[in-house]
Design a protein around this ligand. Structure first.
Ligand code: ATP
Length: 209
């Protein structure tokens, strides 16, 4: 699972998803847009539009799935509920991974029921070149004894471990910067798939700050 706001999806998300799948030999990466992310402001465009952009961005990429399950639920999008639903589909024995970027990881201890996340899945943190703050104390406590050094160490268990991954193509691309560029009429070429850029420009999305 790679959850997010995807407001809008960009190449940092997509390239990370491809490399994550390869690095951990995952069957699939479900990219799951949040309807209402509990810990941040309202996304700039509607959930359906973010999903449409995500589908366009993924196109026919093998192993990547645009998964609308959080948009089909009422209320805030809690990742533990999403993982429980994925766990129900893959069964108790399969490896389930919740991947997130380092910036999102820094706030993990504030999420609803963080212990339950580890009961349901491994947590894999993707390093981002633009985010490097130290871990807060509450997070260090939550992680005690969970960290493993290699992806192979996740193979032996269906859930419960923490792995930090530095993927080959670390990209300093953020949706915030993409939105800022669009709001000021600057180019977003090569930050997003071209089809995503074309739809955003054709619909005038993110044009006003
Ligand atoms: P924003 O700038 O609006 O906060 P974002 O670019 O961080 O957005 P999100 O939709 O919030 O995008 O991210 C979804 C997930 O993808 C998060 O776990 C985030 O950390 C991760 N992510 C986003 N951009 C990158 C990137 N360039 N490299 C690796 N992971 C990323």
């Amino acid at each position: 699972m790679l959850g997010g706001t995807f407001d809008p999806v960009h190449l940092g998300h997509l390239r990370s998803a491809v490399e994550l799948r390869e690095a951990l030999a995952l069957d699939r990466v479900h990219m799951i847009p949040a309807a209402m992310p509990p810990l941040r402001g309202e996304p700039r465009v509607s959930p359906d539009e973010r999903l449409a952009l995500l589908r366009l961005g993924i196109a026919d990429t093998p192993g990547l799935v645009a998964d609308p399950r959080e948009l089909e639920r009422d209320g805030p999008s809690y990742s533990a509920d999403t993982l429980a639903s994925l766990r129900g589909e893959v069964g108790d024995e399969a490896r389930l991974v919740m991947a997130l970027g380092y910036d999102a990881f820094l706030r993990l201890a504030d999420w609803r029921d963080p212990e339950r996340l580890f009961a349901l899945a491994h947590v894999v943190v993707i390093d981002r070149p633009d985010h490097e703050a130290a871990l807060p104390a509450a997070l260090r406590e939550l992680l005690a004894g969970r960290e493993v050094e290699q992806g192979e160490a996740l193979m032996a268990h269906p859930a419960g471990k923490l792995l930090r991954l530095r993927l080959p193509s670390r990209m300093a691309i953020s949706a915030t910067e993409v939105r800022r560029r669009l709001a000021t009429g600057r180019s977003v070429r090569y930050l997003l798939p071209e089809a995503v850029e074309a739809r955003i420009l054709a619909r005038g999305l993110y044009r006003h700050a």
